[in-house]
Design a protein around this ligand. Structure first.
Ligand SMILES: [Zn+2]
Length: 287
């Protein structure tokens, strides 16, 4: 199976802000890992796996123009994976080309937010320059939670394959990576909120302009197929906390009609979440 087309670059507005989704292309994840304890007979009605049980899933970055700042949320898987990793994930390395096609220059970005440091969320943070990885966005301040970096550095047996030091250590050394301690405002209208579950310190990006609200919810709810409380990825370190965090998220996201941005959905970059009946959650398209 080759990848179906990834999400095309597209924009919407949220109050005074302009939001554009940029894909780094698709990559492969194991269907069982992506849907955790959910039986394949159930998830296969929502997403089709190939003969190796792989799903082609998206990597959607979000560019926010506030009028004063240009903020990039997530940087995909980048182009620093080794040959074996590229073979496993089949990632397409499209983010910089997609930004260039929309005439977004790397030095226009003044803020980069990583929701966490798994390689498929911070890969284009840096690029190789000779033997050194250097910032792809030279003028940007990068942000991540301090607790996420500490966990990455522990290199535990369970999840060290997800943490590739060249994506973040050079930015710590250069002083470009700023470490946050819990919920924080980044610039007016853009803040981060910690939602534990996938990792302990995953931060969602909250967007607020006028009466309008949006949220890049990241791996707490990776696609519109993961809205149900118990459809939790096997990757999640704290699945019970994922469920609790999702409840806390829906408590406001549904009544306040947040624009929800989905990191790994291969077709739907954003949607409003609605609950037409108790326990039922659906994504309603953004018009
Ligand atoms: Zn992740």
């Amino acid at each position: 199976m080759s990848h179906p087309p990834s999400i095309p670059t597209q924009s919407t507005t949220l109050g005074d802000f302009e939001l554009t989704v940029f894909s780094d292309g698709n990559y492969y994840l194991d269907g069982g890992a992506f849907f955790g304890v959910v039986p394949k007979v159930m998830w296969s009605r929502r997403m089709q796996a190939d003969e190796q049980n792989r799903l082609s899933v998206g990597m959607n970055s979000l560019l926010i123009r506030t009028g004063k700042h240009t903020v990039l949320v997530e940087t995909g898987a980048g182009n620093k994976l080794n040959e074996k990793q590229k073979q496993i994930y089949g990632n397409e390395e499209k983010l910089l080309a997609n930004l260039a096609a929309a005439k977004v220059a790397p030095d226009e970005i003044d803020i980069v937010i990583n929701t966490h440091l798994h390689f498929d969320h911070c890969g284009w943070n840096t690029v190789w320059q000779g033997e050194h990885a250097v910032a792809t966005f030279p003028k940007a301040k990068y942000y991540v939670q301090d607790g996420e970096l500490r966990h990455a550095r522990m290199q535990t047996e369970r999840d060290r394959v997800s943490y590739l030091a060249p994506n973040y250590e050079p930015l710590i050394e250069s002083g470009q990576m700023h470490l946050l301690h819990g919920d924080s405002e980044i610039v007016p209208g853009i803040s981060v909120k910690v939602f534990p579950g996938h990792t302990r310190n995953l931060q969602a990006v909250m967007i607020h302009s006028g009466a309008h609200r949006g949220c890049y919810i990241s791996d707490l709810i990776p696609t519109t197929h993961h809205l149900d409380l118990t459809w939790v990825m096997a990757f999640d370190l704290f699945p019970l906390e994922t469920i609790a965090s999702r409840k806390r998220f829906y408590e406001r996201a549904i009544p306040e009609q947040w624009l929800v941005v989905f990191t790994h959905d291969p077709k739907v970059p954003w949607a409003h979440v609605e609950s037409p009946a108790p326990g039922k959650l659906v994504a309603s398209p953004v018009r």
